[in-house]
Design a protein around this ligand. Structure first.
Ligand code: ACM
Length: 784
């Protein structure tokens, strides 16, 4: 990092707020609040304002048509906001002049996407190496205008605070994906999506155009792809964890014509957004098979999928399939100018290939030792073909299995490991791990949020994402091109809901990929976000409101064996008020100042207030104090880092899990028993132990077969206390949901408890994941 970034650290202390003269020129001092997102690499506020007046000019380089168009656009926007249009003036070498916004191209700016923006009381000077840099400078300028600029009144005073910005992105790949197969979005909605991306300096739109549930791009040579493959006869209702599935009975579908695709590409190009199309292969291909059944390994028939998940029917690696895919990819490559084409490669079950004589023969004749190598053969043939078109492939991290195609870029989604492995093999990597980058996950309490696929990905967690793993050395780290947020749309049906899922989490992601690592600060970001959300609101973005809500974090003190609740709100300016009686707080309720000790079982409520008014949605929580709360717990098998229930004390933190297993209160064990030892600190009379488990076989989560409790006074000699059985744990018709195990024994004096829940270990025979590790979920070990 360059030296100039250092002074930034000093400025951080000011939290982007300075005091300056009021733009109207009166004596009163008013703070200029900056809400730039993503935060520029270097940012030095000064004193005063540059006010755009009737005679302000926009000065541009002559012979730079892209920039001229941007200048005209800016003049128009200013006109709409203020009621007067600055004159646009073209000159061979623009130089700073009074009362003007002066844009110049300067080869000395050291980054192709970088720019400088210097606002003084006299003028605004923008310099960039390329038109793309100018574009980003103008996006920044727009964010320096008041939020009302976004909803023009025609009478706005545009005053830009004095500031010196030197900016460039951290990563070259700054992406957002959108799945249009599970649900289709109109060309208008796609354009707005791209527009919002560009406003946050993202430069890559990954358009997931094909999947089991719908083929969405017109291919001239194969009309049935859209006549048949773009339509499903109905759609699953709800999560559909297990049969019998319930369907809506409504035909659903649509596709983009090649003309529409061209229109979207042109729209994106004007905003310096590259579109990478994804054509899924060899898996996620059922819509294509429904149109052309001869491309499968069985005779079918196939239908466009009507429910979610991973389908067994995939492309069969025959010559007919390769001819088909090469024809499709030829049309795709002719439409899309991007260097990359995404070929999928994820979640391709191998059962059809295992049972296909053709595939087994092919493996023998090609010397492929297993079906993973057959998948690798598949991908490598596709790569070889696309290289003849001068295109490179991106594939999901499964393409590592069976050997990477020589030039492939890996999109690491199942975690960071695939990306680390690929970088070590000197392949380019885009990091999109589910637990930081999947915007189809819940962003708040599933009890309040609309149904989502699962998971738990808060705004703050997105903000904390670090795409470059510390495991990599400097040379390997250079292979990390950047990151992207993925938006799968099983549960997202409308543009409004899409915006709710994406914003403001995309604002956090924008900063992850653009801003220097060393200046990233959640507190600083959240102080800017409030202003930015106002802007998004005026732009008509249906952003999610979680930022205004209270978040409660249990703090378990294992030294003093206490439970406290720490509260926070997105905006540090909000007051938080709370109630220990479960009543919605009012402006007269106690003000939160520091973590609140929970001494007995409590119904807790909290809410944010600004100027005496309730903002956001009130929070309601229950804390359950029992003999094991905040007591030492040891686990023989570690919990998964995907489902931690808050960490080591997750099973003794006083919080009972809800009916949603992804509410953050469930601890998950993958393929292993729950095997806990709890130290109550001193001998206590124990009468019962209660643990909730979860059953959701569609998510590979099964209740245990049995919960066993034994007790001990000395921690060495354990006596049986009791057990609770789930005789139907492995049955297909066992209902989903929360399952309570209550072990009641003769009251016993004990200091230590051993609590063991026996996992099925692997999914049962009837299950899609038969023989593979299953999950065991528990919420709290309540001891009474
Ligand atoms: C993926 O989420 N299956 C890439």
């Amino acid at each position: 990092m360059q030296m100039r970034h250092l002074n930034l650290l000093l400025i951080l202390a000011f939290a982007f707020t300075i005091f300056a003269c009021n733009p109207s020129g009166n004596e009163q001092s008013a703070p200029a609040t900056f809400s730039l997102i993503p935060r520029p690499a270097s940012f030095t506020p000064g004193n005063g304002y540059f006010t755009i007046a009737k005679n302000t000019r926009i000065v541009l380089p002559a012979n730079a048509p892209e920039i001229n168009a941007m200048g005209d656009l800016l003049a128009n926007q200013i006109n709409q906001a203020t009621g007067f249009a600055p004159e646009v003036e073209m000159t061979d070498s623009p130089s700073p002049t009074k009362n003007a916004i002066v844009i110049s191209l300067d080869p000395a700016i050291n980054h192709a996407e970088g720019y400088t923006l210097k606002a003084t009381k006299e003028n605004i000077a923008i310099q960039a190496q390329t038109p793309q840099g100018v574009f980003y400078a103008l996006e920044t300028l727009r964010q320096l205008f008041p939020p009302e600029f976004e909803k023009p009144s025609g009478a706005l005073t545009l005053a830009v605070p004095v500031v010196d910005i030197v900016d460039e992105p951290r990563y070259p790949y700054r992406g957002m994906n959108l799945d249009v197969s599970r649900h289709m979005f109109s060309v208008e909605a796609i354009k707005k999506y791209i527009d919002l991306m560009a406003r946050h300096k993202f430069n890559t739109f990954h358009w997931h155009l094909t999947d089991d549930q719908g083929w969405r791009i017109e291919i001239k040579k194969y009309p049935k792809l859209t006549e048949v493959g773009a339509w499903r006869k109905e759609t699953l209702i709800g999560h559909g964890a297990r049969p019998p599935f319930e369907y809506d009975g409504k035909r659903y579908g649509g596709f983009y014509t090649q003309e529409e695709v061209k229109e979207v590409i042109a729209y994106a190009q004007e905003r310096y957004v590259t579109i990478i199309p994804e054509i899924e292969l060899p898996g996620h291909a059922q819509a294509a098979l429904a149109a052309y059944p001869e491309l499968g390994c069985t005779t079918g028939p196939f239908e466009v999928a009507t429910r979610w998940g991973v389908m067994e029917d995939v492309f069969c690696p025959t010559e007919a399939t390769f001819t088909f895919l090469e024809d499709v990819l030829t049309e795709v490559a002719e439409l899309f100018p991007s260097q990359y084409i995404h070929i999928g490669g994820d979640e391709c079950p191998k059962t059809r290939w295992e049972n296909s004589a053709f595939c087994q023969n092919l493996m023998r004749s090609e010397g492929l030792k297993d079906e993973h190598e057959l998948q690798s053969y598949f991908i490598q043939r596709i790569e070889k073909f696309l290289l003849t078109k001068n295109r490179r492939i991106i594939g999901w991290d499964e393409i590592l299995e069976g050997g990477l195609a020589p030039e492939a870029t890996v999109m690491s989604w199942r975690g960071m490991e695939g990306g680390i492995e690929a970088a070590r093999q000197k392949h380019d990597v885009i990091m999109t791990p589910t637990n930081f980058c999947y915007f189809d996950y819940y962003q708040g309490d599933p009890a309040i949020d609309p149904p989502a696929i699962g998971g738990n990905l808060t705004l703050e967690k997105v903000y904390s994402f670090e795409p470059t793993p510390t495991e990599l050395n400097e040379e390997e780290a250079n292979y990390i091109l950047g990151s992207q947020a993925n938006v799968w749309t099983e549960y997202i049906k409308t543009p409004e809901h899409l915006e709710f899922m994406v914003y403001p989490r995309a604002c956090a992601m924008a900063e992850v990929v653009w801003s220097p690592k060393e200046t990233r600060s959640w507190n600083d970001f959240s102080s800017r976000l409030a202003g930015h959300l106002k802007r998004l609101g005026l732009m008509g973005v249906n952003y999610a409101p979680h930022f205004f809500d209270v978040t409660a974090k249990p703090v378990v003190d294992m030294q003093n064996h206490t439970l406290s609740v720490e509260l926070s709100a997105g905006d540090p300016d909000y007051e938080i008020r709370y109630s220990l009686e479960g009543k919605t707080p009012t402006e007269a309720s106690p003000l939160y100042e520091s973590p609140i000790l929970i001494e007995k079982t409590t119904k807790f409520a909290a809410a944010t207030f600004l100027d005496g008014k309730l903002v956001g949605r009130p929070l309601n929580k229950a804390y359950f104090i029992h003999l094991a709360t905040a007591r030492n717990i040891t686990l023989a098998n570690p919990y998964s880092d995907k489902y931690t229930a808050g960490g080591d004390a997750g099973l003794v933190n006083g919080i009972i899990g809800s009916d949603q297993f992804s509410d953050g209160n469930w601890q998950g064990f993958e393929g292993k028993d729950l095997d806990a030892t709890i130290d109550l600190g001193e001998s206590k009379s124990v009468s019962q132990v209660i643990v909730n488990f979860y059953n959701a076989s569609g998510s590979w989560i099964f209740e245990p077969t049995v919960l066993t409790v034994s007790v001990s006074e000395n921690g060495a000699d354990f006596q049986p206390f009791g057990e609770f059985s789930f005789p139907n744990a492995a049955r297909q018709d066992e209902p989903s949901g929360k399952k309570t195990a209550r072990v009641t024994g003769e009251s016993a004096n004990a200091r230590y408890l051993k609590v063991t829940a026996r996992s099925l270990g692997v999914c049962p025979k009837w299950h899609a994941g038969a023989g593979k590790s299953c999950w065991l979920f528990a919420d709290e070990i309540v001891v009474e």
